[in-house]
Design a protein. Structure first.
Length: 276
């Protein structure tokens, strides 16, 4: 409505940026462009992390986005080594991969046209060039066909592809999830994150989830879907995926990255899933 990215897109970008500014080394993930893309919103959003970085909700947010981004891009590197040449980012938001990576892939950023318009203006203002390998795929998921929009943007359905879907599944109903999965390119490799039900979350995870759920609901972005790993596997199998692997935060990255001198620690709130 206001032609800006969603609140969750801003919060995720701020958490990626704050990880480099607030947390000690070793850094789990380095989004070196997040501050520039946030622009005038950066000071406001990063102030919370600078002032209250040890708070479990803020440190949990930084850990969550850092781990999911690192895990996804590590899997993408492996996929490129196997011959993948196209990368589709569903709900791209303020993701910066296309502007800092040198992987030889064509990138298709899929999101609402209003979000993409805001992001492109920010990239221009920050002096960040948009590579020729990037295509902005404007999709209204309630009314548009993802496959049709990808085809119009130059996506080649005959070539292998990799799809990331981060920070989105928990905000959609099961029906919407199935509909979107059915629209993915045939043969695609997928990494997504999903929210675990309360009985599978540890205390730190529950604290973070309860606070986050309340805030996003108040801002008009309520959460709809929670999955056990078994139910997420069943959902993906229904959509035709096989070779499904789940990863908790602790096991999603190199164990050495959890040997820390700060407040970051893995929680059992979100899981990652990798499927082909």
């Amino acid at each position: 409505m206001n032609e800006e990215p969603s609140r969750t897109a801003f919060v995720a970008a701020a958490a990626r940026a704050a990880h480099l500014l607030v947390d000690a080394e070793p850094h789990i993930f380095a989004d070196t462009l997040a501050v520039a893309i946030l622009g005038e919103r950066a000071e406001e959003l990063l102030a919370y992390h600078r002032a209250h970085g040890a708070h479990p909700i803020l440190s949990g947010a930084r850990g969550q986005v850092a781990v999911r981004s690192r895990y996804t891009e590590d899997r993408l590197v492996e996929a490129v080594e196997r011959g993948v040449t196209q990368y589709v980012i569903l709900g791209a938001g303020l993701d910066s991969f296309a502007y800092r990576s040198r992987l030889p892939v064509r990138v298709f950023e899929v999101d609402h046209p209003a979000t993409q318009g805001w992001k492109r203006r920010r990239l221009e203002s920050a002096g960040i060039a948009i590579p020729e390998t990037v295509a902005f795929v404007g999709v209204d998921f309630e009314n548009d066909s993802l496959r049709d929009r990808l085809a119009r943007s130059g996506f080649d359905f005959a070539l292998p592809s990799f799809v990331s879907w981060l920070g989105v599944t928990m905000y959609l109903t099961r029906e919407s999830l199935i509909r979107t999965l059915a629209e993915l390119p045939p043969g695609a490799e997928l990494v997504a994150d999903y929210l675990l039900p309360a009985h599978l979350q540890d205390e730190a995870g529950k604290t973070h989830f309860e606070a986050l759920a309340r805030v996003v609901a108040e801002r008009g972005e309520p959460m709809h879907s929670l999955f056990t790993p078994e139910k997420m596997s069943a959902l993906l199998e229904e959509a035709g995926f096989r070779r499904i692997e789940h990863a908790a935060q602790r096991e999603a990255v190199d164990p050495a990255l959890w040997e820390r001198r700060d407040t970051l620690s893995p929680t059992t709130r979100f899981q990652l899933v990798h499927a082909r």
